[in-house]
Design a protein around this ligand. Sequence first.
Ligand code: AMP
Length: 207
Amino acid sequence: MDGQTKPLTRTVNLILLGPPGAGKGTQAERLVETFGFKQLSTGDMLRAAKKSGTEMGNRVAAVMERGELVTDEIVVGLIEEQLTTAQADGFIFDGFPRTLAQADALGALLEKTGQSLDAVIEMQVDDAVLVERIVGRAEKARAAGEPVRADDNAETLTSRLATYHEQTAPLIAYYGEKDVLRSVDAMGSIDRIASDLGAIVANVHET
Ligand code: AMP
């Protein structure tokens, strides 16, 4: 990629699928810059609800701090709201879906809004690298005097990883059967991973 914006000329919707710390948020931002997608991060939406102290935000705070999943109903509701109101040439789903029920609900919502799912990109990273990255992310934020995510600590991370393997990893086979699954090695440099993802998007866009 050359850092230039390459606007999408047709709608492309994709999911970034991977464990906590795989770099989904970082790479989603890069794809937004390059192609003009709209990023839909359920984690960001839930943190915003928590910060503004809404009733739902207060309800999910403890679940998030334990590294568990909030209910399918809540996150599907957040995504439905965006899909029916936001204007975009393409959406990047970041951190959603995380369960088979959410994946089914997303399929139904896309169908209802006349849209397709063009690619699901699995970001592959070893668990040991994830732990290093997340603990590093928290240390960097602390050193910079920035707020540290309540769930970015070694204890909650163990639970977030277990949740990923139990509830979210089955989506790899689910989307594999639907022929939309791609994967990238997400353990190298941010630029190299961005370039691999950009190549997949360009390929999907042209076909
Ligand atoms: P994330 O920023 O994607 O790592 O999400 C942070 C936390 O928000 C997760 O550990 C869950 O507690 C909650 N969360 C985010 N997205 C979802 C989802 N799709 N389903 C259930 N819980 C979610």
